[in-house]
Write a protein that binds this ligand. Structure first.
Ligand SMILES: Cc1cc2nc3c(=O)[nH]c(=O)nc-3n(C[C@H](O)[C@H](O)[C@H](O)COP(=O)(O)O)c2cc1C
Length: 362
C-alpha cells in the first residue's frame, strides 16, 4: 500500500474504519506555525455526519494531538493527529463478509490482500480515512494563509441538479451556511429534496464539487512528472468515491476552438494577467497566477438499501444482497472539506519546495 503523499510536506495516512484510531502523520511542516486544537477541530466538524444526506453513525471525531504541536505552535518534528473510533457496529459487515458489495472495494481488496484486509466498515477503503486528510488540511490551510493563499470548495451539482456558476465571493460568503456547501440557496434546497427522495427509496446520489484556490503566485508545479494539476489529481483520487477530475474548462475545452479556449494575456493593475480562466490557473503543469479551479466528480454512495446482485465468494453462488449498515445517502456534503484539504496539502507541498513558505514561521 502507498500511504504517503507529498515530498516536502509529507502526509502519511493510517487507520481502518472500525479500528481504534484514524489519523495522519505530517513530516516537513515548518516550525513555529501557530495553530490551536480548536482550529483543527473546526475543520473536522465540517466532515462529521449529521445532515440530511449522511449516515446515522455517530462519529465524534474528537481531535487528539499526539506529537509535533506544543503550546499551539508546530515544533518542526513530525505531527501526529488522530481521532478515536467510538460508535462501531461491525455486525452488518460480519454477515456479508464473503459477499462483496457492488461499487465498493470489497472484492478487489479481498483478492489483493488474500482475505486478510480489515473489511469492517470498508476498512482502509472507508470514507472515514479522510478524517486524517482533513486534519492535515487544517495545518496546510493555515500555512498557506500566511502566504495569502485561500481555498474554498462548493457543491455545483448533486443528483443531476446543477447550481448556477458562482463567483469567488459567492463561494466564500454563501456556500458555508447551508449543509451542502452550495453557493445557491434555491439549488441547495432542491438538492436536499433529491437526497430525501433517494433516501426513501434506499438509493444514493453523486455530484460535483468545485474547488478554488486564490492568491497562488506564478510558478508552483514541477514538470514533467510533478505537475501541479497532476499532483492535485492524484490527491483528489485518494478520496474514496472520486471518479473524475477536470481543471478550468476541462472536458469542455475539447469541444472549443483554440481561439475560444485560449486565455488572452493582458495587463491588469500593472501586472500580467489573463482575460479568462479556461486553463483553471495551470499552464504546462505550472500555476499561472490565476485562481486554481478544479472540479471533482463523486459517484453515488455504493452501499445502498436496494437489493443488488453479488456472489458469495465462499460458495460462488449468486446472492441478492441487501445492505443494512448505516451509510451516507450522498458523500458530497462531507467531502467538500476533504477536497479543500487535499488541495491544501498539495499546494503547501509545492509552496515549501518553491521556498514561498520558509522553514520557520515567525
Ligand atoms: C466522506 C466519505 C464518506 C463515505 N461514506 C460512504 C458510506 O457511508 N458508504 C459507502 O458505501 N461508501 C462511502 N464512501 C465511498 C467509499 O468509501 C468508496 O466508494 C469505496 O471505497 C470505493 O472506492 P472508489 O469509489 O473510489 O472506487 C464515502 C466516501 C467519503 C469520501
Amino acid at each position: 500500500m502507498s500511504n504517503t503523499f507529498g515530498k516536502s510536506f509529507c502526509i502519511t495516512s493510517f487507520g481502518e474504519s472500525h479500528g481504534h484510531m484514524i489519523g495522519v502523520v505530517i513530516s516537513g511542516c515548518p516550525a513555529g506555525l501557530e495553530i490551536s486544537p480548536e482550529e483543527i477541530q473546526a475543520e473536522l466538524d465540517r466532515r462529521k455526519p449529521g445532515g440530511p444526506s449522511s449516515t446515522t453513525r455517530r462519529e465524534d471525531d474528537s481531535l487528539q494531538i499526539i506529537s509535533g504541536i506544543t503550546g499551539n505552535r508546530t515544533t518542526g518534528a513530525p505531527i501526529t493527529l488522530a481521532v478515536t473510533s467510538h460508535d462501531i457496529d461491525s455486525s452488518a459487515y460480519a454477515k456479508i463478509s464473503s459477499i462483496p458489495r457492488p461499487g465498493h472495494a470489497d472484492y478487489c481488496a479481498r483478492i489483493k490482500y488474500g482475505g486478510f484486509s480489515d473489511q469492517r466498515g470498508g476498512g482502509r477503503f472507508s470514507g472515514r480515512i479522510t478524517a486524517g486528510f482533513v486534519m492535515a488540511g487544517a495545518i496546510a490551510k493555515k500555512l498557506l494563509s500566511k502566504s495569502g493563499i485561500c481555498i474554498a470548495a462548493h457543491t455545483t451539482e448533486l443528483g443531476r441538479i446543477q447550481a448556477p456558476n458562482a463567483t469567488w465571493e459567492e463561494i466564500i460568503t454563501t456556500s458555508r451556511p447551508n449543509e451542502l456547501s452550495c453557493a445557491n440557496e434555491a439549488a441547495a434546497s432542491n438538492m436536499i429534496e433529491a437526497i430525501n427522495k433517494a433516501r426513501n427509496k434506499g438509493d444514493s446520489l453523486g455530484g460535483i464539487i468545485e474547488v478554488w484556490a486564490t492568491g497562488i503566485p506564478v510558478g508552483l508545479g514541477e514538470p514533467v512528472f510533478d505537475t501541479l494539476d497532476g499532483e492535485l489529481a492524484k490527491a483528489f483520487f485518494a478520496v474514496p468515491g472520486v471518479k473524475g477530475v477536470e481543471f478550468g474548462a476541462g472536458f469542455a475545452s475539447s469541444r472549443l476552438n483554440g481561439s475560444q479556449n485560449n486565455d488572452a494575456i493582458i495587463v491588469r493593475d500593472g501586472e500580467i494577467s489573463f482575460s479568462s480562466n479556461n486553463a483553471g490557473g495551470v499552464l504546462g503543469g505550472i500555476s499561472n497566477g490565476m485562481p486554481l479551479i478544479a472540479r471533482v466528480a463523486i459517484k453515488p454512495t455504493p452501499s445502498i438499501g436496494i437489493p443488488q446482485d453479488s456472489v458469495d465468494l465462499n460458495t460462488m453462488q449468486p446472492v441478492r444482497l441487501e445492505i443494512k449498515g448505516r451509510h451516507d445517502v450522498c458523500i458530497l456534503p462531507r467531502a467538500v472539506v476533504v477536497i479543500e484539504s487535499m488541495t491544501a496539502v498539495t499546494l503547501v507541498d509545492f509552496a515549501i519546495r518553491a521556498q514561498i513558505i520558509p522553514g520557520v514561521i515567525k
